[in-house]
Design a protein around this ligand. Structure first.
Ligand SMILES: C[S@@+](CC[C@H](N)C(=O)[O-])C[C@H]1O[C@@H](n2cnc3c(N)ncnc32)[C@H](O)[C@@H]1O
Length: 249
């Protein structure tokens, strides 16, 4: 029948669109992708609001066992929920293409994404360069990609949005992200991300958000409260952007 791929927004159960809610009401199965982002409320609240049982879809199910979802959509209505927008950041293009190949009808219902919510900072969305992410560092896994991306974007005068790691029981904070970047700076000494680098720490955009602008050393000490958090390193600033950032000092 149909695979509905539905963005459910950034904050809570009420961020869903009317179209999205209608599709869920008609669905025989409702999956919630649970590894790329999170709402600020527990799943039970979604189940109560949608009046449907939700099946959590982890990375293994979506990436390796996607047929378990797609085969159901051959003769049933299936809703696949993604926090934020369906194709925001980590995309679900693979699931979309596989469904098409199997001849399954797919309907996409969009919603707000972190990629556009950062517009609230006053930085022009058109002037963001490559988006990057910081995973938790482990003994044998200390990627420096974010540092390289900041450097490249900065050279081009572009802003960098840095998404932070999500693990089943912890979410990276702005403070942890700054600490990791300063550790990389300490090792590489290329003056890409120093204590004096101006950054924007953002938390819970779309909800009871907190945004702070200042030197990495100051923002690294700020308490941003509950997840989710992200970090922005601004590039070259237009005077309107400068004025907007003053608000968050
Ligand atoms: C892969 S991205 C989100 C993708 C999602 N589909 C979307 O369109 O927003 C997840 C990361 O974005 C950031 N993020 C998501 N929602 C956020 C929010 N409301 N406020 C601050 N950061 C957020 C966090 O760093 C989080 O780990």
């Amino acid at each position: 029948m149909t695979l509905y791929m539905i963005g459910i927004g950034l904050t809570d159960e009420e961020d869903i669109t009317i179209k999205g809610l209608k599709a869920i009401k008609e669905a025989d199965y409702v999956f919630l992708e649970c590894y790329t982002s999170r709402l600020q409320v527990v799943m039970k609240r979604l189940e109560k609001f949608y009046k449907k049982k939700i099946i959590l879809a982890d990375r293994d199910l979506v990436e390796k066992k996607a047929d378990n979802i797609l085969d159901k959509a051959k003769n049933k209505e299936v809703a696949f929920l993604v926090v934020g927008d369906v194709f925001g950041a980590t995309t679900h293009t693979d699931l979309f293409l596989r469904a098409k190949k199997k001849g399954i009808k797919v309907e996409i219902i969009h919603n707000a994404s972190i990629l556009t919510a950062v517009g609230l900072t006053g930085l022009e969305l058109y002037k963001f360069g490559k988006t990057t992410s910081i995973p938790y560092h482990e003994k044998s896994f200390k990627p420096e990609t974010a540092y390289d991306v900041i450097e490249k974007n900065r050279k081009a005068g572009l802003h960098t949005l840095i998404l932070l790691d999500i693990k089943p029981n912890r979410n990276m904070s702005v403070n942890e992200a700054i600490k990791i970047l300063l550790e990389i700076e300490n090792k590489r000494k290329e003056k890409v991300f120093t204590k004096n680098t101006m950054v924007l720490g953002c938390a819970r955009l779309g909800g009871d958000y907190k945004i702070k602008y200042g030197k990495a050393s100051e923002i690294g000490k700020e308490d941003f409260g509950k997840p989710l958090h992200c970090l922005i390193v601004p590039g070259k600033l237009h005077f309107v952007e400068k004025e907007a950032l003053e608000n968050w000092k």
